[in-house]
Write a protein that binds this ligand. Structure first.
Ligand SMILES: Cc1cc2nc3c(=O)[nH]c(=O)nc-3n(C[C@H](O)[C@H](O)[C@H](O)COP(=O)(O)O)c2cc1C
Length: 207
């Protein structure tokens, strides 16, 4: 499986957290300008990157119940969505901050259809898919595991939206999609379940 190195994540910017919170909004209209590998790197790191090691565990940018870390961030790239990446699907390997190629063929149209043909998916150059191996959390929290992974997806998606603000990118969290169709398009293993899609790109000025 081909592995693609990502630029080292920046942990600083000229946008304050407060500013990013104040300007954050879900924006659904994108220009055709592609995103860069640096954009991809920053957003995937914001979603599920590693920040530090605690007692042998690689801790991530978003909190996780009992540090069980059930989430995997996938990246779908549209044709001409990112000049440094072929269209297809990639898995973000948090521990190594790199991409592993999962599907080396464009799935953009199929993913859009699986998300109920929403224009926000169709027009975005790239989409982060937050998927969960919920058993990891259920094993530790049989009663609340399902709830916890949904909360964690929210944390990760918020991080992505805030970093989009600091990079002048637009994004929209998308929860309306067919579970079965998304799983089929992404060829997800039985262990993984897609919870949230976050399409992103350069926004048009009318929003
Ligand atoms: C769980 C969840 C699911 C959502 N699903 C969609 C969606 O499928 N399509 C969409 O266009 N927006 C979706 N949104 C975005 C909401 O419409 C948006 O957050 C809301 O209108 C508030 O606007 P704001 O995000 O700009 O503050 C979703 C938001 C959340 C929290």
């Amino acid at each position: 499986m081909a592995s693609i190195e990502l630029p080292k994540p920046e942990t600083d910017s000229s946008t304050s957290v407060e500013r990013a919170i104040a300007t954050r909004a879900s924006r659904r209209s994108f220009t055709r300008t592609p995103v860069t590998l640096t954009d991809v790197s920053q957003l995937l790191w914001a979603a599920q990157g590693v920040t530090h090691v605690r007692e042998g565990t690689k801790m991530r940018t978003a909190p996780s119940a009992g540090a069980t870390y059930p989430l995997t961030a996938l990246l779908e790239v549209a044709p001409e969505g990112c000049p440094e990446l072929e269209p297809g699907l990639y898995r973000y390997a948090s521990a190594h901050h790199c991409l592993e190629s999962e599907l080396e063929t464009a799935i953009h149209g199929e993913l859009t259809r699986a998300a109920l043909d929403q224009e926000v998916l169709r027009d975005a150059p790239a989409t982060i898919v937050l998927a969960s191996n919920t058993d990891r959390t259920r094993q530790q929290y049989p009663d609340h595991g399902d709830r916890y992974v949904h909360m964690e997806a929210g944390h990760a998606a918020q991080n992505v939206q805030l970093v989009c603000e600091s990079r002048d990118l637009c994004s929209c969290p998308v929860g309306a999609f067919s579970d079965d169709d998304v799983a089929a398009v992404l060829e997800l293993s039985a262990r993984l379940e897609a919870l949230y899609l976050v399409p992103f790109g350069h926004g048009t000025t009318d929003q």
